[in-house]
Design a binder for this molecule. Structure first.
Ligand code: FCB
Length: 478
């Protein structure tokens, strides 16, 4: 559902609001084999035939590793006051264990210093899906030890950057790591084992808790520790009790499985019941829930589109493409009795329905569920088939409309009492969109993949004006 028509009164945000853009290491850095970096699961996966569109990979990506200074200057020109990026684990701790590689850490120090010199606040994500391959070879996320390895890595990065970075995010979208990585297999490491995916989810939770504690021990107390969840807005096709039960199940598997232990120190009982055919959860050891349930300073919400479900006849249920690629294997363990439907309405190039009301509803849900916890929208954005005009400019009015609608939804939530402190557009620039390779362009900045030249799209100019003034420009103003 669209937000109501453009209001007469200006849509103005609180003065300290962060206007950021987000990226992740594997999607932009390139330099895959430089300065001691070793392969992550995404290097291996993208180099495996048939796993990504056109066999594309992040070896060069958009070469941010070498162009970071220009990229930061471009962010400043656009008018951003915040930037969320992730650290490549195998660049700073190549085998996933043992001592750090200074050259790897130096890259991030230089990047952060460059950002700070331009008045752009860095927000660091420790894990955006790129597990060192050696740790996958040792069992990956279904293996408990991976969580302890993550804590060690968190300590290394916290010690190296904690004096200059205040905002920290342990994991990005653990749902994708667990269920796209180990159940549907459309993401690295490409396994299709639903029982292992639930184990992975628990160990990701444990990694978050151990990592949050390690960060706190390594950094000044003023720093903020958060996690970014792609919490789904799950809606029923009808009010039929069977459809409402389908919502309950998917809500547990999308949201409760992570925010339950992280925010409330418990998994939903209904999750245990729903998944008993696959697992007895005996890998949840005594004391784990307390380790996971660390006090947080903020919660990051990533939102793109809602999820519409109903009850299904298990015999007839088709496995569902999950938005990040398609597979014969469902990313939803033990949910053969749930059917997924396309939400009606206009869609982006990903086929994702545009629904800013979903973002509002998500923010209000966490406002109720975690009272007092500051919220950030750590990802929101849209892919379109952008092309330069003959004059070289890139006009993307659809993206401006998307951003406008979603930022208005954020503002409406703030007016209703939500404590939203910032918004990070996905993504700063076009980049490697995982299984889709380079064919989906999410950037506010256009990247010519032949020359790697960057050209801010009209949405970047629109968003920059919003960032500079704290007020959303009218769609027609750019
Ligand atoms: C999110 C991911 C991000 C990007 C966007 C489109 O799920 O965190 O890396 O792929 O989707």
């Amino acid at each position: 559902m669209p937000e109501p028509a453009t209001p007469a009164t200006p849509v103005t945000f609180p003065p300290a609001f962060l206007w950021g853009a987000a990226t992740s290491a594997y999607q932009i850095e390139g330099a895959a084999r430089e300065d001691g970096r070793t392969p992550s699961i995404w290097d291996t996966f993208s180099h495996t035939p048939g796993k990504t569109a056109g066999g594309e990979h992040g070896d060069i990506a958009v070469d941010h590793y070498h162009r970071y200074r220009d990229d930061v200057a471009m962010m400043a020109d656009i008018g951003l006051n915040a930037y969320r990026f992730s650290v490549s684990w195998s660049r700073v701790q190549p085998t996933g264990r043992g001592p750090a590689v200074q050259r790897g850490l130096d890259f991030y120090r230089k990047l952060v210093d460059e950002l700070l010199s331009k008045g752009i606040k860095p927000a660091v994500t420790l894990y955006h899906w790129d597990l060192p391959q050696e740790l996958e070879d040792a069992g990956g996320w279904p293996e408990r030890d991976t969580a302890y390895r993550f804590a060690e890595y968190a300590q290394i990065v916290g010690e190296a950057l904690g004096d200059r970075v205040e905002q920290w995010i342990t994991l990005n979208e653990p749902w994708c790591s667990a269920f796209l990585g180990y159940a549907s297999g459309v993401h690295a490491p490409g396994r299709t084992d639903p029982a292992a995916s639930l184990k992975a989810a628990h160990h990701l939770n444990l990694a978050h808790g151990l990592g949050a504690s390690a960060l706190r021990a390594a950094m000044p107390a003023r720093n903020s520790v958060a996690v970014s969840l792609n919490s789904s807005v799950v809606r029923p096709l009808s009010q039929d009790p069977a459809d409402l039960a389908a919502v309950r199940k998917i809500d547990d598997l999308a949201n409760g499985v992570f925010h339950g232990p992280m925010l409330h120190g418990a998994y939903p009982e209904s999750l245990f019941a729903a998944t008993e055919s696959l697992t007895d959860w005996s890998y949840v050891q005594d004391g784990d829930l307390a380790l996971i349930n660390q006090p947080l300073d903020a919660l990051g919400l990533n939102y793109y589109t809602p999820t519409l479900v109903s009850a299904a006849d298990p015999q007839a249920a088709a496995p569902r493409a999950d938005g990040h690629g398609s597979s014969d294997h469902s990313p939803w363990p033990a949910a053969e009795d749930v059917a997924f439907h396309q939400t009606p309405g206009e869609r982006t190039e990903m086929g994702w329905t545009i629904d800013p009301t979903g973002l509002h509803d998500l923010i209000m849900r966490y406002t109720r569920e975690a009272p007092g916890l500051p919220l950030y929208v750590t990802e929101n954005g849209a892919a379109y088939d952008d092309k330069p005009d003959p004059d070289g400019r890139v006009h993307d009015p659809e993206r401006i409309a998307y951003l406008h609608g979603h930022l208005r939804a954020v503002r409406r939530a703030i007016a209703e009492g939500a404590d939203v402190r910032g918004y990070f557009l996905w993504s700063l620039m076009d980049n490697f969109e995982w299984a889709y390779g380079y064919e989906k362009r999410f950037g506010a900045v256009y990247v010519d993949y032949t020359t790697l030249a960057r050209t801010p799209k009209s949405s970047a100019l629109w968003y920059g004006q919003a960032a500079r003034t704290g007020t959303l420009p009218a769609i027609s103003e750019i």
